[in-house]
Design a protein around this ligand. Structure first.
Ligand SMILES: Nc1ncnc2c1ncn2[C@@H]1O[C@H](COP(=O)(O)OP(=O)(O)O)[C@@H](O)[C@H]1O
Ligand SMILES: [Mg+2]
Length: 357
């Protein structure tokens, strides 16, 4: 049996459906990320797990106990938000000690635990500072230490890194991953940032309109989006239209007819006529290409932007579809606007999606 078992959870606010029948099981010690756009129901699910939101229907079972309507304080789950919610008048050490005092731990035990937590988040030298004397990243580490101090079974984190700048966010991601491994606590982490989700999670649950539309390991989700929504939300994907002719089994796209790519399944993706394909920018080769890339087409450069490691090009194909592709710096390829590029893709790099109903 799963450690956390969420069944058919539903929550409405008037006519707005925040959760529309969410099922989710999480194993003890897992790091699961709820990933989705703003308003898709992530916080509502997290707050239902925490006990601050009461679902209309469905149930939440933790370690065999139904906690659906249990008070938050009886669940004993740690909670970390984007705003650090530290007590401004208390020192770092006092902030971390606070939940332990509430739980009436004795002084010696509190002191030892605070020391341990300060070490865990690398803030031993900051014990007597006040929150406003710390950077955003340090404040968030105090909030995490406070949430972990009393040994919660689950740590719930709602966009805790969103307020931090990029470098700090990336180092905090590594920090959280390390804390997860060292403590063995089950982490449920909310974000709208796919890279953050990829970087830390054992599994990612993708949210859309109050539902989990796909769940899996980061590499699985990246390699196999199963709907137009997921393929589009996991940024950077080129989504395009192709025509399937069942009579001769060909697919026509980018002004090219080719025999069925290996990942195309007519029963799932479309028996006849228009079908939806996707291909990642990094899988489109430009200029000199290897022989395995058997799908070849011409495309005209319409826009060029420099993204640091590469030039990012927007091109249009001869059948009028827009694609993004990347050309490494110092490439010999002519990439002026208006230039016509010879492009190539390996058939197995092309994915297909079921028609969106
Ligand atoms: N307290 C509330 N009152 C009314 N509507 C709410 C409330 N909380 C959330 N919602 C609505 O429920 C939906 C899901 O919200 P939320 O769970 O906060 O999404 P997310 O965290 O993914 O951005 C949204 O449409 C939001 O407007
Ligand atoms: Mg939210």
């Amino acid at each position: 049996m799963a450690f956390l078992d969420i069944r058919m959870l539903r929550k409405t606010y008037g006519s707005a459906v925040a959760l529309d029948g969410v099922d989710l099981t999480v194993q003890a010690g897992e790091f699961v990320t709820l990933l989705g756009p703003s308003g898709s129901g992530k916080t509502t699910l997290l707050m239902s797990i925490a006990g601050f939101t009461r679902p209309d229907e469905g149930g939440i079972v933790v370690d065999g106990n139904d906690v659906t309507f249990m008070d938050p304080e009886d669940r004993d789950f740690g909670l970390v938000f984007q705003g650090y919610a530290l007590f401004p008048h208390l020192s770092v050490a006092e902030n971390i000690a606070f939940p332990l005092k509430v739980r009436k731990w004795d002084k010696a035990r509190i002191a030892a635990k605070v020391e341990e937590m300060l070490r865990l988040v690398d803030l031993t030298d900051y014990a007597s500072r006040k929150p406003k004397q710390l950077s955003g990243g340090q404040q968030q580490r105090v909030a995490i230490a406070r949430a972990l101090a009393y040994g919660p079974r689950i740590l719930l984190l709602d966009e805790p890194l969103s307020a931090l700048d990029r470098n700090l966010r990336e180092s905090m991601q590594r920090e959280l991953k390390r804390l997860h491994q060292e403590t063995g606590v089950t982490f449920i982490f909310v974000t709208h940032d796919q890279e953050e989700a990829y970087a830390m999670s054992d599994r990612i649950a993708v949210f859309h309109a109050g539902r989990i539309v796909q769940i899996g390991a980061p590499r699985e989700i990246y390699a196999n989006p199963q709907s137009l929504f997921v393929a589009g939300f996991l940024g950077g994907n080129n989504i395009f239209k192709a025509r399937h002719a069942s009579a001769d089994g060909t697919l026509t796209f980018f002004g090219n007819a080719c025999s069925r790519p290996p990942r195309f399944n007519p029963a799932v993706h479309g028996k006849e006529g228009e079908v939806i394909g996707w291909v990642r920018p990094e899988d489109i080769a430009v200029g000199d290409t290897d022989a395995a890339a058997t799908i070849r087409f011409d495309a005209t450069v319409v826009d060029i932007s420099f993204v640091g490691s590469a030039e990012k090009l927007t091109v249009t194909t001869t059948d009028g579809q827009e694609l993004t592709l990347q050309v490494p710096m110092h490439s010999a390829v002519d990439i002026r606007p208006g230039a016509v590029l010879r492009c190539a893709v390996k058939p197995e790099a092309i994915g297909f999606l079921p028609p969106d109903i």
